[in-house]
Write a protein that binds this ligand. Sequence first.
Ligand SMILES: Nc1ncnc2c1ncn2[C@@H]1O[C@H](COP(=O)(O)OP(=O)(O)OP(=O)(O)O)[C@@H](O)[C@H]1O
Length: 525
Amino acid sequence: MTSGEPQTLELDDFIIKKYEIKKRIGKGAYGIVWKACERKSKKVVALKKIFDAFTNQTDAQRTYREIMFLKAFSGHPNVIRLLGVHSALNYKDIYLVFEYMDTDLHRVILSKDILKDVHKRYIMYQLLKATLFLHSGNVIHRDQKPSNILIDTNCTCKIADFGLARSLSQLSDTPVGHGDLTDYVATRWYRAPEILVGSTCYTKGIDMWSLGCILAEMLLEKPVFPGPSSIQQLQLISQTLPPPTKEDMKIFAGTYGSKLFSQKPPGKHATLDEILREAPSDAVDLVKKLLVLNPLKRLTAAEALKHDYVAKFHAIDSEPVLCNPVTPPLNDNVMLSVDEYRSKLYELAVAPSAASGSRHHASRSRRQHQTPQQQSNPSKNQLRPTATEPKQVASRPRPATQASLASYSTAEARRNSLQKKDSSSNLASSGMGAGGENFSKTTAKKMERKSSLPILSSVSAAAAASSNNKCLMPASKTVSSGLAHPSTTSQPLSGQDKPKLRRTSTPGGTQATKASISGQRQWWY
Ligand SMILES: Nc1ncnc2c1ncn2[C@@H]1O[C@H](COP(=O)(O)OP(=O)(O)OP(=O)(O)O)[C@@H](O)[C@H]1O
C-alpha cells in the first residue's frame, strides 16, 4: 500500500463495500476514525471503528454508554450526530458512523492564531448550549476536552465521545460512595478537583470545570493546568485559585484534598488574572466563575449562557432543554456481563443492514438472555429502530412538562428547512462538499447585527499541526489492535481538505422518540 492510500486493512469487507474510505483522520484510545463516503448516498461521514468494544465489562459498558447517550442527544445541533451502528464480523469490534466534521478544537488550538476573539466566544457559547442540553437530561459528559470537540469550517462545534457520560438520575439511587466513580478515567487536565481527590461529590459542576479549562486553553493557546500526575495537577490548581473557605473545604472532607487545600501550596503562584492577563476581561471573569474549587459555586450552564462573554450569541429560544431525564435502558450502577451489554446494544442500536453474519451473532447472543416467554414470543425481541431509521414521535398524550419539548420539535423542523435552504448557497461559496451547517435566517441576522464573525483565513494550520500532534493528552487506555498510543493522535489532513472557518450559527433541536423499557419511561432523540 502506498503512503497516499488510506489504510483499510482493519476494515471489514462489507464496510468497504458500503463506504469509500478517504483517509484516516483520527485515533483515540478506543478506536480509529476515517473520513469516508457512503457509496450509495455520496454522503461524507466519519467512520469510527471501536476495537475490542466488548473485551471486558468495563469496555462493554463504555461502548454501550457511548452509543446509548449518543442516540439520546444526537439531535442537538452541538452534539455529534450518530448516523448508524454496524457490528464487525468478528463480533468484537463495532463501527459507528457519524456526520463528518473538519477537525477538532485540539488541532485548531495547536495551530495557534486561528481563533479570533469572536470565534472563541462562539465556540464557548455552543459548548455551553450543548452542556445545558445534556444537563437538562440529568446527564454529565465527564470528558469534555478540546479533542472531543469537533469543529467545522463554519465554526460549528459538536461535542463527541460519550463513553464516560453518566446519568445522574441513576446515580442518585446509589448510596454515596458506592461504585459511582470507580470507572472515572477522564483526561486529567480537564478533570475537576473534587474528582482528582476522589470525592464522591458528583455534580454537573464536573463538566463546568472542564469548560473553564477549555476556555482558558483557547485564551492561552495551551492547557491551563497540564499536570503530569494527579498530585501535580492538584498542585497546579491550588497554586492558581484562591484558597478555599471553610465551607469549600467540606467538599474535600475525608480526602487527600483536605490536607492539600488547607496548606499553602508549594512552588510559584500566579492567579488566573495574571495567567490570563492578555485576555479580555469578560473572558477572564467567565473563567474565574467556572474554575472554582467548590463545584456548588461554579456557574451552571444556564447561568454561564447569561454571562457577558457569550452575550452576542445568547438567545434563549435557540437553547433547548429536555423536560425529562435521560436514562439508559440498563441500570448504570450495576455492572452487567459483556454479553448483556452486547445483546442490549444489538437490540437497540445496531443497523439491520450490517453484515448478516453479525446479525446472526446478535440474535444468538440475544437468545442466550431471553426468558422462556420471550423465546416463545420472538416478536418481543425484534430490533428497535436504528439510528439511521426515521424516529417516531410519541403518540401518547404528553404530560404538561413535555409540552415545551413538543413545541421545540416543531420549531426545529422549521429551522431545519431554513437550514436546508441556506446550506446550498453557503456550502457552494465555501467550496465545501460536506460537513458544514448553516445559519438559520433569524440567527444569522442576529449575528450580523450583534457581531461580525470574521472569516478565518484557514484552519489548514490546524490540520498540519495534527501531523506533529504527539500525544499531548494523558494516556488512559491501550488498545490491543496495533494502535501506537492510547491518547488522541491524529493524521494530517490533505491539502484539498484545508478548511476555512466561516461565520455560522446552528440553532436546532430534536425530534422526540419515546421508548418504554423495563417499565421506565425514557426519551431518545
Ligand atoms: N465525526 C468526526 N468527524 C471528524 N473527525 C472526527 C469525528 N469523530 C472523531 N474524529 C476525530 O477522531 C479523534 C478521535 O475520536 P474519538 O474521540 O471519538 O475517539 P476515542 O477513541 O473515543 O478517543 P479518546 O481517546 O478521547 O477516548 C477525534 O479527536 C477527532 O479528531
